[in-house]
Design a protein around this ligand. Structure first.
Ligand code: NIG
Ligand code: FE
Length: 417
């Protein structure tokens, strides 16, 4: 048993009330001046004002005591939506987009997601692992201690499973907690061009059973979008996935308002992501169903589209989470601080709301809130020491890394330099 105490910290943490935080609760962050965290074997035993923490554990003597010198401490970021597992980047496509070619037009021409599919199919598993690990460790340097990673660049059973094995290895061979999501319906592969229903059948009849048999994913996601998968096709896939025991997620209303947000509420998806074009009626349905909105401001930024209406979501009572969406097409960043800054400065979230969105609500969005997402007794001692006095520094000190120390299960990770 190893007991560690971290003293003299200024703690900022959302409070876990047993559900994702919505409406006014989203901004209700606990602040403790001269606070402390006591952990045993990586799990928080006590947290709060230093004197109380020390008193509650008396006469136990810690094996290690760290003075955090009054610095600002927040829970480790949880990035609940990424496509970190890919091989080649798509810089040329980025330049095309800068010249005005639309993201979905590039996909229609056989580029975009489909070009990443070609490279992932060709890349051997070890190389794919090394490329993914590089990005995961970069995310860790920016304070991400738990990450969801999707498959979706295989689009055949064999390559989807290859990606999911790589994703599983990231969880085993890096300090990060990794949540794997199966995204077999990310695009219609070239060999099924104009036969998307047949591809949906393949996803339902072959891929989902194979993924479930191997126990290699926790969630199933679908890209519900004009020219990709319809609401009806997405419904079939998500119903099959939930019947097989996977949680449901959906890329909804990113470019067009097809009604993916409404489908998320209907199938009781844990979350709907993107939502740039979602209607207010469907956001209300999400609020009623308790579906989490995973907002991806770096994607709107990179696609140069209006941001998702995060403020309206909070006013409607939809719990909001934040994620990078890190992928080689629409959002090439591993940085949660960057996403945090965009959310605060450009989507109108307060610093406190953004903090809950990037930690506790994100943990709920990936089914990890029992272990991570807030500084609460029983959870892992995953936390960040920031430069500056409050979490506002994350938005304020723009374009740099405000995370000076990263702790995972009470262990300081070497992340700088
Ligand atoms: O969330 N929209 C679909 N999927 C990703 C992009 C994937 C890609 O372009 O490679 C997204 O934006
Ligand atoms: Fe995505």
């Amino acid at each position: 048993m190893i007991d560690k105490v971290f003293r003299n910290a200024t703690l900022f943490t959302p409070v876990d009330r047993g559900r994702p935080q919505a409406g006014p609760d989203q901004g209700a962050v606990r602040v403790v001046e001269k606070g402390a965290i006591w952990c045993r074997d990586g799990l928080i035993q006590a947290v709060g004002p230093e004197e109380e923490v020390l008193r509650s554990l008396h006469p136990c003597v810690p094996d290690q005591e760290t003075d955090l010198e009054g610095r600002c401490v927040i829970p480790g970021f949880v990035d609940p939506h990424t496509h970190l597992c890919f091989a080649a980047t798509r810089e040329r496509e980025f330049s095309l987009r800068l010249q005005g070619v639309e993201y979905l037009e590039i996909l229609r021409r056989g580029g975009g997601i489909l070009s990443t599919v070609r490279s992932v199919r060709e890349t051997d598993e070890e190389e794919l692992f090394l490329a993914t690990r590089r990005r995961a460790l970069s995310a860790l340097r920016f304070g991400t201690t738990t990450v969801e990673i999707k498959s979706g660049y295989g689009l055949d059973t064999e390559t989807e499973l290859k990606m999911l094995r790589v994703i599983r290895r990231i969880g085993r061979e890096t300090p990060l907690d990794v949540v794997p999501t199966f995204l077999g319906a990310h695009a219609v592969p070239e060999e099924y061009r104009d036969r998307s229903d047949a591809f949906v059948d393949l996803v339902i009849e072959e891929m989902i059973p194979a993924v479930v048999r191997q126990g290699i994913a926790r969630f199933c996601d679908v890209f519900c979008e004009k020219g990709v998968f319809s609401v009806e096709q997405s419904r079939r896939i998500l119903q099959a996935a939930t019947a097989a025991g996977l949680g449901a997620k959906i890329h909804a209303d990113e470019v067009h308002d097809l009604g993916g947000a409404g489908l998320a509420a209907e199938v009781r998806a844990v979350s709907a992501e993107h939502l740039l074009a979602a209607s207010e009626a469907n956001l209300e349905a999400m609020a009623r169903a308790g579906t989490i909105a995973v907002v991806l401001p770096a994607t709107a930024y990179s696609l140069r589209k209006p941001f998702a209406p995060a403020r309206t979501m909070i006013e409607l009572g939809v719990p909001v989470a934040l994620a990078t969406d890190c992928n080689p097409g629409s959002s090439y960043t591993e940085s949660m601080p960057f996403v945090f800054g965009l959310a605060v400065l450009l989507t109108g979230l307060s610093v406190e709301e953004a903090l809950t969105a990037a930690t506790l609500n994100a943990a709920y969005a990936v089914g990890m809130a029992e272990r991570v997402g807030s500084l609460d007794v029983g959870k892992q001692a995953d936390f960040l020491v920031l430069e500056g006095e409050t979490p506002a520094v994350i938005a304020y000190h723009a374009g740099v890394n405000p995370v000076v120390q990263v702790y995972k299960k009470g262990e300081r990770l070497k992340v700088k330099g």
